[in-house]
Design a protein around this ligand. Structure first.
Ligand code: 2BA
Length: 106
């Protein structure tokens, strides 16, 4: 069995979750925050048998979009800070597939 961690954009999370549920995959949704942009994102936990991992990844990929977000940061200049920004590409989804040693429902 595998546990898939998928970090998806908040705007994609509903569609990814609905599509996974429709395909009879169980999903746990966690609210999370990206360490770099400090913006909210969604982490999905999906436990599946090994032979179904590719089906899950395909659903996540199909429903996750790439986006450009604006990172705003101040640049120090003497005693002042000058506001600056740059564009950062986010997503589609960041996915980790890990092995599960034991799975119980009690
Ligand atoms: P954030 O950490 O907020 O990162 C948002 C986007 O900023 C990243 O998009 C990447 O394009 C860029 N970025 C991240 N760290 C950077 C850095 N140190 N220098 C320059 N640019 C940087 P994605 O790669 O698509 O990641 C989207 C979100 O997925 C991340 O949000 C984070 O929450 C998660 N993530 C990505 N890679 C991860 C990893 N290796 N481990 C844990 N979480 C990860």
């Amino acid at each position: 069995m595998k546990l898939i961690f998928a970090i998806v954009h908040d705007e994609d999370a509903g569609r990814v979750t609905d599509t996974l549920n429709s395909a009879e995959f169980s999903v746990t949704k966690l609210c999370s925050t990206g360490g770099f942009l400090r913006a909210g994102n969604t982490t999905l936990l999906i436990g599946v048998e090994d032979n179904l991992v590719d089906s899950v990844l395909e659903i996540i990929e199909r429903n996750s979009n790439k986006r450009t977000e604006c990172l705003r940061y101040p640049i120090p200049s003497g005693s002042l800070y000058i506001p600056s920004s740059k564009e950062v590409e986010v997503g589609g989804a960041t996915i980790f597939v890990t092995s599960v040693e034991r799975f119980e429902k009690v």
